[in-house]
Design a protein around this ligand. Structure first.
Ligand code: SF4
Length: 491
């Protein structure tokens, strides 16, 4: 007997047959849920609860029940009550789905509401709802309308969250109905995949990342060499797939680099030579932009579906921390300053006050990826009009990302990335791996855990200590990179 195909499995099978087969036949191949994924689930759950509050008086179906049959039976019993149902289950033709919210429409019909924590309707959402609609109809329900409830990016929090303003419901009935005819054949095809004796052979490709980054990438991609063609920088033309198809796995093996763009040619050149590419004149010109007193500046932000603070929007990057290294004169001593918000109040006024007290009023402000820091500073200044000065800081930021994004310097150990996390080890041999917090997303998660949950004091203190260490390394990394570039161009 084939096992039922759930919504998640249906979408997984749509993405890749191998992925689906592994889900059913080799579940141990999948990594556990990491903190990043758990945070996404938690966010989705929070949005789901707010969405339910917009359809009050409903009944939670099969709460915490994972087995299919009891939830199906409970759903059938509850349909007769004609109240909103949260998470009812339906099964048909080998498919099984739990609907986020089912709302009575008239005496007999229903409306189907899918809830997502994103800010728009995506193609995969339509497919997901078409699958659900097929099962509901198959189970005998009349569905008059399908909608997607998602986050309204323009909502601005003022006091308690207002779910009716935070969430917006889009009618997707027409798009979903248009996809319905595809569902039965696809469901049958995927059911057949799950019962295959052996795993289907599927080559790696663009589908490994779209629409979702596949959990099995580390396994399926493991055959690639250390400097693979899949590292090609901004490969919008999909050259890497053409190379792989013709058996070329390594950048160093690319036979005709001239078909690539200039940056990709540098990647091939450095893969072959194993030496870094250094465009001395461009680097010198970049370094000439730096003026003293010199500040190295880095911001950490939160960005949540449900805004944490008044006067912020969903997913707005809201600064809670900075690290600042200041060097008054060239070659002089460097002083470190840092700020990390505490508590649940809007951190921006204090963030700006502290920054104002330590940031030199002249000279360069070196940042990595200036568009991000500049936008945060301008947003903060707009939110705190008494700190209008902050909106002028972007006039003197120097973006250390530029020489790496322009490939004025490139090392094959960057593996096709210009992020500071990839550049630092390639240039200096040091990195972030010794830290408890190693990237900005982890920093944001850790901050919200420390300040918005009731952690024991010792755990909160440890997180704050880890956050300070992480952000400090971001500015120290910039110092080390500027030093390294200066040394490279010294002769
Ligand atoms: S990594 Fe790619 S090929 Fe492998 S299972 Fe996932 S989607 Fe399929």
């Amino acid at each position: 007997m084939p096992r039922s195909i759930s919504k998640t499995s249906f979408l997984a099978g749509y993405q890749c047959h191998k992925l689906l087969w592994k889900k059913f036949n080799d579940p141990d191949a999948f990594p556990g849920i990491d903190p990043a994924k758990q945070a996404i689930f938690n966010q989705g759950h929070a949005i789901g609860e707010l969405a339910k509050s917009l359809y009050p008086g409903g009944v939670e179906v099969g709460k915490d029940v994972v087995a299919y049959q009891p939830v199906l039976e409970e759903t059938i019993a509850l349909l007769q009550r004609r109240v909103p149902l949260y998470e009812p289950a339906f099964a048909f033709e080998g498919g099984y789905a739990r609907i986020d919210i089912l709302v009575p429409d008239g005496d007999e019909a229903w409306r189907l509401v899918e809830v997502k924590s994103g800010t728009r309707v995506k193609d995969e959402n339509l497919l997901d709802v078409a699958f659900q609609l097929h099962l509901c109809r198959g189970a005998g329900l009349t569905i008059t309308r399908c909608s997607l409830m998602h986050v309204n990016r323009d909502y601005v929090r003022q006091g308690e969250i207002d779910p009716s303003l935070l969430l917006t419901e889009e009618d997707i009935t027409e798009q979903v109905t248009g996809l319905l005819s595809k569902i039965p054949a696809r469901l049958a095809e995927l059911s057949a995949v799950t019962t295959r004796k052996s795993c289907p052979t599927v080559e790696i490709g663009a589908h490994c990342s779209k629409p979702y980054s596949c959990d099995l990438k580390s396994q399926c991609w493991a055959f690639l060499p250390e400097y693979p063609v899949t590292n090609l920088y901004r490969d919008t033309q999909g050259r890497k797939w053409e190379f792989l198809e013709s058996g070329i796995h390594s950048l160093a093996e690319v036979p005709d680099p001239e078909i690539l763009n200039a940056k990709q040619q540098v990647q091939v050149e450095t893969a072959v030579s194993s030496s870094p590419h250094v465009a001395t004149t461009a680097l010198k010109n970049f370094l000439k932009e730096i003026e003293w007193p010199l500040a190295y500046f880095d911001i950490e932000t939160t960005s949540t579906a449900v805004p944490l603070y008044d006067r912020t929007r969903p997913y707005q990057q809201t600064p809670f921390q900075f690290s600042l290294h200041v060097q008054e004169t060239k070659g002089g001593p460097i002083t470190h300053h840092e700020f990390l918000a505490s508590g649940r109040d809007d951190p921006r006024p204090q963030f700006l006050e502290r920054l104002h007290s330590w940031l030199p009023t002249t000279g360069s402000v070196v940042v990595y990826n200036a568009s991000f820091e500049n936008r945060c500073l301008r947003d903060c200044a707009a939110a705190c009009p008494e700190h209008a000065w902050a909106a002028k800081v972007p006039d003197r930021t120097v973006d250390l990302l530029i020489p790496f994004r322009n490939f004025s310097f490139h090392h094959r150990d960057q593996h096709g990335s210009c992020s500071i996390k990839s550049v630092l080890p390639a240039v200096t041999g040091t990195g972030y791996s010794h830290l408890a917090i190693q990237d900005g997303n982890a920093a944001a998660r850790s901050f919200t855990t420390a300040e918005f949950t009731d952690l024991p004091a010792a755990e909160r203190d440890q997180i704050r200590h880890d956050l300070l260490a992480y952000c400090k390394l971001d500015t120290q990394a910039m110092i080390d990179l500027v030093d390294a570039l200066q040394a490279l161009t010294a002769s």
